[in-house]
Design a protein around this ligand. Structure first.
Ligand code: IPD
Ligand code: CA
Ligand code: CA
Length: 267
């Protein structure tokens, strides 16, 4: 018998919360090594251990289903139509290593390239955002919705910056236009949580280029909450719109068009 989306979500939440306990314990014990991937991107032993735990749990409960995950299988399944789990074991690794609280476990499930289940669990904030397709979006079991912002001067914008410092210069015109026209900027260091903050109305707009595992679950949650999910660029032919991670723009519905025009004018 086919597994329902509710059952998939329940299992993903259980796994994410268990992973969250591993993350909290590792910070309490401060017993992890860290290094730089490709010389620029921080990764700790805990990222790898949590990814391994999640992968083993998914294998056990959903045998044979593909997994795309940041630390174990980052190239896996990108173009697939087959059922696919997309995992970021620790979103906000720099925050985790620095003792900051914006840290999340992010797990999404896609079928036919469509995001159908998403969980983003923030173990230091005691928040779990959840959604499945057609079922609405929730934080700790309570329904959530985006803000009612309609004007740019009242739009609080979340974003992030690439680890590669050389790639940051190109974003300066964008920052200038946001700081000139919008309320302000937040850089909280965990894309999955930034997107959930759009879903529940704490932020009004989010723009960033990330990787599939950073946004896949948050995207399902934001869409189910009623936020507008889109991009500043077209998605290439044959690529899933729920996995293509470039130039994401996710906003409260009342500011999507004005944010898009503002940001396109600044490129
Ligand atoms: C990062 C965070 C950050 C975003 C980066 C991501 P990581 O994920 O989501 O907010 O700006 O682009 O790579 O490396 O902590 O999993
Ligand atoms: Ca991430
Ligand atoms: Ca990560």
């Amino acid at each position: 018998m086919a597994v329902t989306l509710e059952a998939r979500l329940a299992e993903a939440v259980r796994i994410a919360e268990e992973a969250g306990r591993m993350i909290v314990k590792a910070r309490e014990e401060q017993c992890f090594d860290q290094r730089l991937k490709e010389g620029i991107e921080l990764v700790t032993d805990v990222d790898v251990a949590v990814d391994t735990f999640i992968s083993q749990q998914l294998d056990k409960h959903f045998p044979g289903e593909l997994q795309l995950s940041e630390e174990l299988s980052p190239e896996q399944g990108l173009g697939t139509k087959a059922p696919l789990w997309v995992v970021d074991p620790i979103d906000g690794t720099v925050n985790f290593a620095q003792g900051l609280r914006h840290v999340a476990v992010s797990i999404a499930w896609l079928e036919e390239g469509v995001g159908k289940v998403g969980v983003v669990h923030a173990p230091f904030l005691d928040e779990t955002f959840t959604a499945f397709k057609g079922g609405g979006a929730f934080c700790n079991g309570q329904p959530i919705k985006p803000s009612s912002a309609t004007e740019l001067p009242a739009t609080l914008v979340g974003t992030g910056f690439p680890y590669d410092r050389a790639a940051r210069k190109a974003l300066m015109p964008r920052l200038e236009t946001i700081l000139t026209h919008c309320q302000d900027i937040r850089r909280n260091g965990a894309a999955a949580l930034d997107i959930c903050d759009i879903a529940c109305g704490r932020l009004d707009a989010y723009v960033e280029t990330v990787s599939p595992w950073d946004f896949a679950a948050g995207w399902v949650i934001a869409r189910e909450a009623g936020a507008t999910v889109g991009r500043l660029v077209e998605v290439p032919e044959g690529v899933s719109i729920d996995l293509y991670p470039k130039e994401l723009l996710i906003t409260a519905p009342g500011v999507f068009q004005s944010m898009k025009s503002l940001l396109l004018d600044a490129i």
